[in-house]
Design a protein around this ligand. Structure first.
Ligand code: ZN
Length: 160
């Protein structure tokens, strides 16, 4: 069966950066299941999967514009520590969710200097080329319930 909108696609993937370091991989664990055409995965990878079939293996490089975006310096903010009251002891690498006009954005603490905390709302993989190796494991039609929810139920997906 061919990959097209509203089909449930199961893939094994390995993601590397420009330095060929592995950033993420499904190897050795359950493959990833997603619904094609619903923005469940980055745009560039979804495009590259369109029209593929079970058993296909391929590599694709996704640029930042079709991946996790280009770095936006405006998303780096410095705040006084007291603005993060209730968060406990602030440490580098901590993450906070904040709402903006685009929905919920995750900010990561990237620096602490005296009373000032630097928060970065860019995705950790912003500005990076994403080098994927993909194996298409399975393609099937989504159920009505899956389409309504916009995500996969059962193995590799959400469980209710
Ligand atoms: Zn659901």
């Amino acid at each position: 069966m061919e990959i097209t909108a509203d089909r449930v696609v199961t893939i094994h993937y390995t993601l590397r950066n420009d330095a060929s370091e592995i950033l993420d991989s499904s190897s050795g664990s359950e493959p990833l299941a997603y619904v094609q055409g619903h923005g469940n995965i980055v745009t560039g990878l979804e495009k590259a999967l369109e029209g593929r079939r079970s058993g296909d293996r391929f590599s694709v490089t996704v640029p930042p514009t079709e991946g996790y975006g280009e770095r936006d310096p405006a998303l780096v903010q410095r705040l006084p520590r007291r603005a993060l009251q209730g968060a406990g002891e602030i440490q580098r690498g901590m993450r906070f969710q904040a709402r903006d006009q685009n929905g919920v954005r995750v900010f990561t603490v990237t620096a602490i200097a005296g009373d000032m905390v630097t928060l970065d709302g860019n995705h950790p993989l912003a500005d990076q080329n994403l080098h994927f190796e993909i194996e298409v494991v399975d393609v099937r039609d989504a159920t009505a319930e899956e389409l309504e929810h916009g995500h996969v139920h059962g193995p590799g997906g959400h469980h209710h």
